[in-house]
Design a protein around this ligand. Structure first.
Ligand SMILES: [Cu+2]
Length: 313
């Protein structure tokens, strides 16, 4: 494996939506899985109880993630721009007299990573200001609630099922598909880090925009930065959390979706002194926007020769 690129493993099951059992089908090399994929057979119990083999039912492959391993820019040196091969940042550390974890009998608020060096616990939050206009400015927000419904009477042998109360999407309530679904875009949220501080703790008041991972506000030119215009030393009076309390209508309006992704970073040895890139993200996808799958008429791509991965030590 090439150590200079990120690879990840993915298991790709079946080409049908019903992946297991009797509806499982064999996967076609190069059509269903890339050239570097390894294939596994599967067995299921047939109608008469006899095991039935399905060859190439599962494939496992590595896929180039497109991320560099690390990156760092030294911006404090004015005469020269030094770009080390770095990460998304050099780890925040503090000095200590400790050289081994066995010596530590108090809370040091981090991980001892090397002699006299503690990587401090901290959070990363990234807030995206998504001013979506779905087929025009007048949009509304819908939230998905998938709920367990318990069957209490004798109407069914089943004890429960699940139901959708609404949808997590930004929609245009004035436009519909032929079938009557409101056209929109759906948010597939990224990594959610719920704040671990109490809400009336000073840093959390200043960082109140992390209280929720989704906020929706009516568009306002002055509300651009979730932490307010002057975040440093602020008292938290100009953040997204405060703007959202103004009780303004977000129905059929030009609205902004704010999405915060985050991680609570507990440093580990591998993060020191420079942290390998940790990637994340989110997706916004057209949902009930097209009448049908819009790629139905797309041409089949030509098979490409990809390098085989030889996992040698
Ligand atoms: Cu970090």
């Amino acid at each position: 494996m090439d150590p200079t690129v990120n690879w990840y493993f993915k298991t790709f099951l079946d080409s049908g939506e019903f992946g297991f059992g009797q509806s499982m089908v064999s996967l076609e090399p190069l059509a269903d899985c890339p050239a570097n994929a390894a294939f596994l057979d599967a067995y299921f119990a047939g109608e008469d109880g006899v095991p039935v083999k399905i060859s190439n039912a599962i494939c496992i492959f590595e896929k180039y993630a497109g991320d560099i391993m690390w990156r760092h820019t030294e911006s404090e040196l004015h005469d020269e721009e030094i770009r080390e091969v770095g990460l998304t940042g050099i780890l925040g550390i503090k000095g200590t007299s400790y050289t081994h974890v066995d010596q530590i009998k108090e809370n040091v608020f981090g991980t001892l990573l090397s002699d006299n060096t503690i990587g401090v616990h901290h959070d990363h939050y990234l807030t995206y200001h998504l001013d979506l206009d779905i087929d025009g400015e007048a949009n509304s927000f819908m939230k998905t609630n998938l709920e367990t419904v318990t069957v209490r009477d004798e109407s069914s042998g089943r004890k429960s099922y699940w139901s959708v109360a609404s949808e997590l999407a930004i929609i245009n309530p004035n436009k519909q598909t032929k079938a009557g679904n409101k056209i929109g875009y759906r948010l597939f949220p990224g990594t959610v880090a719920h704040p671990l501080l109490v809400s009336d703790d000073y840093p959390q008041i200043r960082g109140g925009f992390t209280n929720y991972n989704v906020f929706v506000t009516p568009y306002n030119k002055s509300e651009k930065w979730a932490g307010g215009l002057y975040a440093d030393q602020s008292r938290g009076e100009d953040t997204l959390a405060v703007w959202s309390l103004r009780n303004r209508s977000i129905e059929n309006k030009d609205i902004v979706l704010w999405h915060t992704v985050g991680i609570h970073h507990v440093p580990c040895q591998e993060d020191y002194p420079i942290m390998p890139t940790l990637s994340g993200g989110f997706e916004i996808r057209p949902t009930n926007f097209f009448e049908r799958n819009p790629v139905l008429k797309a041409k089949t791509p030509k098979p490409m020769r990809l390098p085989k991965c030889n996992s040698q030590p």
